[in-house]
Design a protein around this ligand. Structure first.
Ligand SMILES: *Cc1c(COP(=O)(O)O)cnc(C)c1O
Length: 366
């Protein structure tokens, strides 16, 4: 069997390891940027009434028509732009790249390359391997700002079919300079996707720039705003692009329960906005509390997580000591050379943030 696997499975797939999700049973979970809040009882009972009416014996609405109408309204998507839903924005990244992947391309305007920034969201690089595209990662500065000249030079050299930029960036949390991003958009030889997964916490968007730049797409998700379990992302762009990507979407990629629940939640945007506001306020408090701890470098964040650097070679021990105290955060110290000694914590409720801080103070002196 081993030789058949070697013959059949592409080398770049064999060398991958599948996405690892650590066991978090019994822990305070601050590793995955989830919203800690559930819904008030009144909204919950209304939701359960709606669920009782959902016809799971039928296939879903393949076009997600109701969900699209509600999303357009709740998220201020203009009528002249197209919307496509994915099973999480992860699936949208995959669909975009499946449409572009072509190692036989003959024209010289673009190559079979995805360009991303490093450190950045890991899925862009993973999907490149899935679909057989090359990945070019442009390093950020040591404080995670864009290196504009290097980025533009790498674009000229590698001619990427698509550029993915998370805004704010994950795992660093910062917003890149808007004027630099405009220059990158203007000089992009192919498509450019601005990934706004953390828009509820940053309150900044490139949605209003799409009219002006026909090769610009904006991607969002409901995961970080409190609906991670539903798996729903959406892509906004000119209809001509969205129509092409729609051909690659499996017919029923958004299941009936997700369509019903997301539609319901988006009709209660006030509650979701209120929760985002609580998290933004808790972020300021957590940031100040982390900064007050000696031996940490804390990076400013426009997202619902905070990246911080420990003293040299202390990140592993501190992460382990937090785990022992039943606090799960993300250890990024080996993810990228720029992230040496770095840990990332999700902003949660004031109670969970304080539990994390108390455990961290213990872990720092061990
Ligand atoms: C979390 C995250 C996503 C993935 O979102 P899903 O909709 O849950 O697949 C996409 N982009 C960035 C930058 C993220 O941090």
């Amino acid at each position: 069997m081993a030789s058949r696997i070697e013959q059949l499975i592409r080398a770049e797939i064999r060398s991958l390891s599948s996405y690892h999700v650590p066991d978090s049973t019994g822990m305070i979970k601050l590793d995955a940027m989830e919203n800690p809040y559930t819904w008030p009882e009144s909204i919950k009972s209304e939701w359960l009434e709606l669920l009782a009416e959902v016809a799971v014996n039928r296939y879903p609405d393949a076009g997600c028509q109701q969900l699209e109408a509600i999303t357009r309204q709740a998220m201020y998507v203009p009528d002249h732009l197209g919307v496509m839903f994915g099973n999480g924005s992860d699936e949208l990244i995959q669909i975009i790249c499946m449409a572009l992947a072509d190692n036989r391309r003959t024209h010289s305007r673009t190559s079979n390359t995805i360009l991303g920034l490093e450190p950045g969201f890991i899925m862009y690089r993973m999907v490149a391997a899935f679909v057989g595209m090359d990945y070019a990662g442009v390093p950020l500065t040591t404080d995670f700002a864009l290196q504009l000249d290097l980025t533009l030079a790498t674009m000229q050299q590698t001619k990427p079919a698509v550029i993915f930029i998370a805004y704010p960036n994950n795992p660093t949390g910062n917003l890149f300079d808007e004027q630099m991003l405009i220059q990158i958009i203007e000089q992009a030889p192919g498509l450019i996707v601005i990934d706004e997964a953390y828009q509820p916490f940053a309150q900044k968007t490139f949605l209003d720039k799409i009219a002006q730049y026909e090769h610009l797409l904006v991607m969002r998700t409901v995961s970080k705003m409190g609906l991670a379990g539903l798996r729903l992302g959406y892509l906004v762009g000119h209809f001509a692009w969205i129509n092409e990507f729609n051909k690659l979407r499996l017919p029923y990629n958004i299941n009936t329960l997700t369509q019903a629940c997301a539609g319901f939640a988006l009709r209660h945007m006030d509650e979701l906005n209120h929760q985002a506001q609580l998290i933004r306020a808790a972020r300021s408090t957590l940031y100040a509390d982390l900064q007050a701890i000696q031996g940490l470098t804390v990076y400013p964040s426009a997202a619902n997580f905070i990246l911080f650097r420990t003293l040299q070679n202390r990140a592993n021990a501190i992460h382990a000591a937090l785990c022992k105290q039943k606090i799960l955060i993300k250890n990024l110290s080996h993810a990228n050379t720029l992230l040496q000694d770095c840990l990332r914590v999700t902003v949660s409720t004031p109670i969970e943030n304080d539990a994390f801080l108390a455990a961290l103070r213990v872990a720092m002196v061990l």
